[in-house]
Design a protein around this ligand. Structure first.
Ligand code: AMP
Ligand code: MG
Length: 335
């Protein structure tokens, strides 16, 4: 393959440019995330943010890795799923760069990119992916040439649930890392902590999950006087147990032995530890990519673009419209 591949990620709160060299080597991305101080993320405001930072961020990536657009070999972008206005910013930049430099355009599936960067970084072959991010919570594996969603959240994503809970108590986005710190503080102060008095509803249906009831109950627990640290701990224990239970069921049904974590919530050490314990009990293995490749990043988009281009797939302008509802199983695995 000639030249390096640029990857553009813009599905939600983050604009990120990443790069993969022609030999497949992945380079860390240049990333900028909108962090509203009040309220959640509005798709239009996020899109405006992406537009505002786009130029400088690309320069940052090029300088950081001493890359030049003159030997660009292709431009990959997140075609979906995600927030329409945000996706459109990334797609617009990608189309313009590909046209200006006369290189192929490759529209890729964001969820599949999480899987592929994990597979290559962790050197695993045929995993069950536990994809836990702000907007998505899914258990996915490869069956009949496509990545199939075996189970998923029936309401909000687990990260969104953590962010909403944290925001109720004055912690701005992203709330997940704050909750992790408070949960750890609870355990440090109470090494033999139990869930007595901190029970929360636990919603697993087959291989699907739900998180909004859990969040409402956790908020109520704090409002009734339970210590914030203790509720953060209980919230993590319940939410992660639901994910691990579903992942284990997916491994059992599909007969697979590797578990792979992806998405921003996969930065959480407690979740990583719970997955390791479960996989070990099944005589399997659990893998988590470096944290810079768990959160949304342009490198994973470049890497999937590199794979797709290597398999001969490019996206014509006519096919380059974004698809906010793009399904994981819509992408044939051609590589
Ligand atoms: P993503 O949508 O994949 O970019 O991931 C963003 C989500 O990951 C947000 O909901 C964050 O709160 C969450 N997150 C990031 N770090 C952690 C962490 N250490 N523990 C739990 N959630 C986290
Ligand atoms: Mg993501």
């Amino acid at each position: 393959m000639d030249g390096w591949i640029l990857g553009l990620e813009s599905t939600a709160h983050t604009l990120s440019y990443g790069a993969v060299l022609s030999n497949g080597q992945a380079l860390p991305a240049a990333t900028d995330t909108i962090r509203p101080t009040v309220g959640g993320i509005h798709p239009r405001e996020a899109a405006d943010h992406h537009r505002d930072v786009a130029d400088n961020l690309l320069t940052k990536l090029l300088e950081q890795h001493e890359l030049s657009l003159s030997n660009l070999g292709g431009v990959a972008f997140s075609q979906g799923p995600g927030m329409g206005p945000c996706l459109q910013v990334g797609a617009g930049i990608a189309r313009a760069l590909a046209a200006a430099h006369e290189v192929p355009l490759i529209g890729v599936n964001h969820c599949v990119a999480h899987i592929e960067i994990g597979r290559s970084e962790c050197d695993c072959d045929d995993p069950v992916l536990l994809y836990v991010s702000g907007g998505n919570t899914q258990v996915i594996t490869r069956l009949d040439g496509r990545y199939r969603v075996l189970g998923e959240t029936l309401d909000i994503g687990i990260g969104n649930m953590l962010d909403k809970f944290a925001r109720k108590f004055g912690h701005p986005f992203p709330g997940g890392p704050v909750i992790e710190q408070h949960a750890r503080a609870h355990l440090d102060a109470h090494p033999n902590a139990t869930l007595d008095g901190l029970e929360l509803p636990y919603a697993v249906r087959g291989m699907d999950m739900a998180f909004s009831g859990l969040m409402t109950a956790a908020v109520a627990l704090v409002q009734k006087g339970a210590p914030f640290d203790a509720v953060c701990w209980s919230l993590q224990e319940h939410a992660f147990a639901a994910c691990v239970e579903v992942a284990e069921r997916a491994m059992a049904h599909s007969g697979k032995h590797e578990l792979l974590l992806g998405g921003g919530v996969a930065c959480n050490q407690r979740l990583r530890d719970m997955c390791t314990i479960m996989a070990k009990e099944r005589e399997g293995s659990s893998h988590a990519p470096p944290r810079i490749y768990c959160i949304d990043n342009g490198t994973m988009i470049a890497q999937l673009g590199w794979l797709e281009l290597g398999a001969g797939r490019t996206t014509s302008l006519n096919e380059s419209a974004v698809d906010p509802g793009l399904r994981t199983d819509a992408t044939p695995i051609a590589w």
